[in-house]
Design a protein around this ligand. Sequence first.
Ligand code: FAD
Ligand code: MG
Ligand code: MG
Ligand code: MG
Ligand code: MG
Length: 552
Amino acid sequence: VAYAEANPERKLASSAPVLTSAEVDNKKKKVVVLGTGWAGTSFLRNLKNPDYEVHVISPRNYFAFTPLLPSVTCGTVEARSIVEPIRNIARKKTVDVQFSEAACLKIDAVNQKIYCRSNVENNLNGQEEFVVDYDYLIVAVGANVNTFNTPGVVENCHFLKEVEDAQKIRRTVIDCFERASLPAVSEEERREILHFAIVGGGPTGVEFAAALHDFVNEDLVKLYPGVKDLVKITLLEAGDHILNMFDKRITAFAEEKFQRDGINVKTGSMVVKVTEKEIFTKELKNGGEVSTIPYGMALWSTGVGTRPFIRDFMSQVGQANRRVLATDEWLRVEGCDKVYAIGDCATINQRKVMEDIAAIFRKADKDNSGTLTVEEYKAVINDICERYPQVQVYLKSQQMKNMVDLLKETPDVSKGSAELNIEDFKTALSKVDSQMKNLPATAQVAAQQGVYLAKCFNRMEDCEKNPEGPLRFRGEGRHRFRPFRYKHLGQFAPLGGEQTAAQLPGDWVSIGHSSQWLWYSVYTSKQVSWRNRALVVTDWVRRFIWGRDSSR
Ligand code: FAD
Ligand code: MG
Ligand code: MG
Ligand code: MG
Ligand code: MG
């Protein structure tokens, strides 16, 4: 009331009752965001709708720029340079944001509550547990390291997921060099201590191997001249090639470069057990021979798994027999209202054309004749391609221009009849679903999902008024929300020695020093704040001039 009196125009302009601020607050819907990684932070940074009250809950009160974690393991970049306090990000928002440093233990989707526990080390009175209500829940908790239950991995291997992991690796690497330099150590033992084993030939394992090789050859050889020739780096990969998600040219270049650098790449061997001093591997071919490899430090980086409390949640919402939490293409958790999941913790359950084929046919057959004319399907082609992106991918793989070409391949049409019945239609589209692929667990996907979901929340009112159906085509309903579509902007694989492989959209591959500069500039621009940007660039310059710091 006081506000209205102080602003007479406003009082005149609106005959609606004036709410006190407390009442206004009560009307705000509460959005709880779990996680401050790529997905959660990108959602938070893009949310603009002041009608929400946001509560962010995460066991770490900062965002970490994970693509630079391998650089932190060798001191090329300092840990502080790649993290940004979440409260700094929240402070700049016009939306109300509250943060609690705690882990979610359980989601109760029926009563719209989550159960949390504060971090142990921060609380002198021990752990504090609390319950939070939500109107909307956004699950962005990322993934676990997947050890495939291999014995001894958790106890003996390093992981590289969090900033603490990278710092621990840095100390351990230097420790190995110091231990190997002690006077009473035999040469045999020195070799073992200086054997660095990396399990998993994906981007993280490869990048770490390259970073470690650079650190050893550019800095440590000068400081530990007595032991420099005893260092060995081994990369173990179960598949036939390293970097198998990249273009073959990149894989080949990386394998050759590693060979030249003296990095030992062992493919086709699976790690079956790790003890304190040895790794047991089994050949996947040639009779499954088991061998043991003594090591000084081991890094385990073989992909991601589902966190236990997400497993519980999955069985609660009827997804018990799935491997990963599934959402629809609007990123809503399947089988559960008001809960969204983004980033590495979730996967999108894309619709199959074959499941909707009858409905698509009916939609296309405007005159209900039971057959489709060329004109009829031309009219819906674009909508089908938009709704089912696998159709586009399939057409591209078959080098066809559009669906008319595809339909012309069906026997009846090629025989000269211009109309298709539903069976022909099914035959024509029978192979398109095979082109569906899950999105990779990358920062790029997580960040784009965060942006998409924030945009949906910015326009939530429209969204609720026009809930989309599985088969709503463009043009029906003015405010229909398009499903999430991933836009791949390319991918880097730094290979050491100031060389990087880049795979850009349209299968454009570039490898070498120029892509290293592209890498520097892209990763500078992607930093979440100017402070991070300045720190990271300063670290790189410092490294160019004085080399990396080798104190532990
Ligand atoms: P995360 O970023 O892992 O964030 C999860 C968040 O949830 C964290 O804040 C965590 O503390 C929090 N959390 C965990 N448990 C709970 C709980 N119980 N309750 C509440 N919060 C919780 N991707 C690329 O695209 N390009 C790259 O170059 C690249 N390089 C990488 C290098 C390394 C070394 C690693 C490890 C990953 C790299 N990735 C890269 C992958 C990328 O980091 C992930 O895909 C991305 O972090 C996924 O984002 P997310 O938000 O789902 O999960
Ligand atoms: Mg996150
Ligand atoms: Mg992250
Ligand atoms: Mg995902
Ligand atoms: Mg017809």
